[in-house]
Design a binder for this molecule. Structure first.
Ligand code: UDP
Length: 326
């Protein structure tokens, strides 16, 4: 059984492909390799194509006859989305619309979508769950919220069944070292911190120390990428069991400040993190912490690897391996 995985050459998508292969599916990666890596496609075929290329999408559906779509492909940098919103609205929203139309034309009704806690905006320390109102404060979150709404509309019009996952901060890497996180440029906290520890960059800049949190830095909920992709397989089975469209938040349920993540890295590596106290980054919410009870209760999700120590240790092992070649 083929599953079309857009963005399957990227960080989360490549881990999802491994989980799908282990669950008996054949992941067909559809990726334009703008940020992904051909090297990361290890568990099924790669179709090099763009979401804006409807003919290429139709051809991929016709050739592989997938039973479902997992849609990871997107631009996902909060900071960049603040300075170039057009890029985010065009790529994420237009690309997703094209994909949804191709999916329906091919007669496929099961769709798993990567959404984000950035759709919530800045909500003053409350635990965020599926019922929390969405009020995005950056174009990345806005574009993802728009796609969620699009999926609801296509359910009404065409019966598309979508499991929507709202991710919190995804971290770590495959413990076997088959795939991992590699971005150019890297913008995420944990890989940047590990690079600073290993002397691959001079220091980590802490973006803002004047937030209304106990230590003044932003609080995030970090979830291990392997736990996250396990939920996707469960979401696919949920759809195949006829349980219908559903939204699930995916996080560990625990928030950590930037300084707490730095401290955890010091403990794991036994090395200090050189830091620079910098200004706030535009678009950053103060605190994003997840209530993931629904995924645990309804999907039977068990996020067993999402401790800071485990995520940092797995990310470190990956970052010290040879990176993907472009
Ligand atoms: N962060 C930081 N320095 C960096 C990168 C990130 O202080 O070089 C902070 C960022 O402001 C946020 C947290 O770390 O509070 C997580 O940021 P990341 O970019 O990893 O993920 P995001 O929350 O944007 O999805």
């Amino acid at each position: 059984m083929h599953v079309l995985v857009t963005g399957g050459a990227g960080y989360i998508g490549s881990h999802a492909c491994k989980a799908l292969a282990q669950a008996g599916f054949v992941p067909v990666v559809y990726d334009n390799l703008s940020t992904g890596w051909a090297d990361a496609v290890r568990f099924g075929p790669l179709v090099e194509g763009d979401l804006m290329d409807r003919a290429a999408l139709d051809a991929a559906f016709a050739h592989y006859q997938p039973v479902a779509v997992m849609h990871f492909a997107a631009l996902s940098l909060v900071g960049e989305s603040m300075t170039n919103p057009a890029k985010y609205w065009r790529t994420n929203v237009n690309g997703s619309l094209n994909l949804i139309e191709a999916t329906l034309t091919a007669g496929v009704k099961h769709f798993v979508f990567s959404s984000t806690c950035a759709t919530y905006g800045d909500q003053d320390g409350v635990t965020l769950d599926e019922d929390t109102p969405q009020m995005p404060i950056n174009a990345y979150g806005g574009s993802k919220r728009a796609i969620e709404m699009m999926l609801r509309d296509f359910e009404r019009s065409d019966g598309l069944q979508a499991v929507i996952f709202r991710y919190f901060n995804v971290a770590g890497a495959d413990p076997d070292g088959d795939v991992g996180e590699q971005h150019i440029p890297e913008t995420h906290l944990i890989p940047l911190m590990l690079d600073a520890i290993d002397g691959k960059r001079a220091a980590l800049t802490v973006f803002g120390s004047d937030y209304p949190t106990p230590d003044g830095t932003c609080i995030r909920d970090y979830v291990h990428v392997c736990d996250l992709v396990d939920a996707h397989v469960l979401g696919l089975r949920w759809l195949q069991a006829g349980k219908g469209s559903r939204i699930f938040c995916l996080g560990s349920g625990q928030g950590f400040s930037v300084r707490e993540v730095i401290e955890a890295s010091r403990t794991v590596t036994n090395r200090d993190v050189p830091i620079i106290e910098g200004a706030r980054r535009a678009g950053d919410a103060t605190s994003l912490v997840c209530g993931s009870t629904r995924a645990v209760k309804e999907l039977g999700w068990k996020p067993a690897r999402s401790t800071l120590q485990q995520m940092i240790a797995d990310a470190l092992r990956w970052s010290r391996k040879a990176p993907y070649a472009k």
